[in-house]
Design a protein around this ligand. Structure first.
Ligand code: ATP
Length: 365
């Protein structure tokens, strides 16, 4: 049975969301506290950067070869979810090239003139980090094509028939573009990057190393099981691992002697309602509604959102991507459906399917 006929498409990025989603401990975007602490926790060179082996190996070759030629490195496009280390890598690229870095973002460049001002003030070899490059305005994007390829821009002076294009030579520079959605980049822009890397979510063992490294920098004592406990709840994302570590550190200081063990980490994260698999209150509310109110689905997105008292966009863009990635929820043409793993995770038993098309058909169980 279909509970409503809402069809849906995961559209729009979580970064646009305000309200509860932005305040979650397991949100992968950076909050004010993160920004302050992240500077201290960022790896400074490729050797310190944990995980992403292929990306590191390839980038190392690109940078070494450019250095050996005495040339500016090729333009680099980094794609991947928030908090996986794109900004960190761009800073490493600049450091490895011994070059300064300028940081800006797509939404900050609304007019071609904004971009022309930045480009014309770059020094030779400088790295320009353009975050959320998919959100740049169209005229700026077109100016960027020429700047990337020919190190030149045409500055338009005047309006209408009297307008003239004045060519402006630029020093060679390296553009590092970052995007959460490589598929949204127009092919002419994508094609102008000499090196493109997709950043994957991190394995638990890699996140353990992130936690140990950050704990050392923050002067926090942690044992291996404590680090594993935090890593396992960090949703494959170093930023979340670092944030959970800080909250567990608080708990360890207040409730114990400051040393983080597995029990302390588990108890601290229970206080913050982050469960053993990294699901928080919102994720579990969505799953619980799906299982307990709708028998595991299929149920339409709007109905599910009303049931948990959240906006449709919050459920779709904030909770669902992780639930889908974890194999707990499936988006089917007939609506949202819980997987057998979802029943197991919440310790519930799926109802017997009474003939017809039920979950057994959808999952072959
Ligand atoms: N490979 C890594 N090794 C160690 N720490 C890392 C790694 N990647 C990311 N981090 C840590 O995670 C934090 C977030 O990384 P960063 O800001 O580079 O992510 P991002 O992908 O640029 O996120 P956004 O898309 O939101 O800008 C940084 O403080 C950094 O310390």
């Amino acid at each position: 049975m279909n509970w409503d006929d809402t069809t849906d498409e995961a559209a729009g990025a979580a970064e646009r969301l305000v309200g509860p989603a932005a305040e979650r401990l397991v949100d992968s975007g950076a909050d004010g506290e993160d920004q302050a602490v992240e500077a201290a926790l960022r790896p400074k060179d490729l050797g310190e950067f944990i995980g992403q082996e292929k990306v590191r190996e390839q980038l190392d070759l690109v940078l070494r070869a450019a250095r050996a030629r005495g040339a500016t490195a090729d333009h680099v496009l980094l794609s991947g979810a928030p908090g996986l280390g794109k900004t960190t890598l761009s800073m490493i690229i600049a450091a490895e090239m011994g070059a300064p870095i300028r940081i800006t973002s797509g939404p900050a460049i609304q007019h071609a003139g904004d971009l022309a001002a930045i480009l014309s003030s770059l020094q030779e070899g400088e790295v320009l980090f353009l975050d959320e490059i998919h959100r740049m305005s169209r005229p700026a994007e077109e100016m960027l094509y020429m700047a990337m390829e020919d190190f030149r821009v045409d500055v338009i002076v005047g309006k209408g028939p009297g307008a003239t294009a004045i060519p402006l030579e630029l020093p060679p520079f390296t553009l590092v573009g970052a995007t959460t959605r490589a598929g949204l980049l127009p092919p002419p822009l994508r094609d102008r990057f000499g090196f493109t890397a997709h950043m994957e979510f991190y394995e638990p063992a890699e996140l353990e190393r992130v936690v140990h490294r950050s704990a050392q920098l923050l002067d926090v004592e942690i044992d291996p099981r404590g680090a594993a406990e935090i890593a396992g709840r960090s949703r494959g994302t170093p930023r979340i691992a670092n944030r959970l570590l800080r909250r567990v550190r608080d708990y360890a200081q207040v409730k114990a002697d400051g040393h983080i063990t597995q029990d302390i980490a588990g108890a601290a994260l229970a206080v913050y309602e982050v469960d053993g698999r990294g699901l928080d209150r919102l994720d579990r509310a969505v799953l619980e509604a799906l299982l307990k109110l709708f028998g595991g689905g299929p149920v339409g997105l709007s109905t599910l959102a009303v049931a948990v008292g959240e906006e449709r966009e919050t459920v779709e863009e904030v909770a669902e991507p992780f639930l889908v990635r974890e194999g707990l929820l499936a988006r089917t043409p007939r609506g949202r459906v819980a997987t057998p793993a979802a029943w197991a995770h919440l310790g519930l038993v799926p109802p017997r399917q009474a003939g017809g098309k039920g979950q057994q058909d959808l999952f072959g169980t």
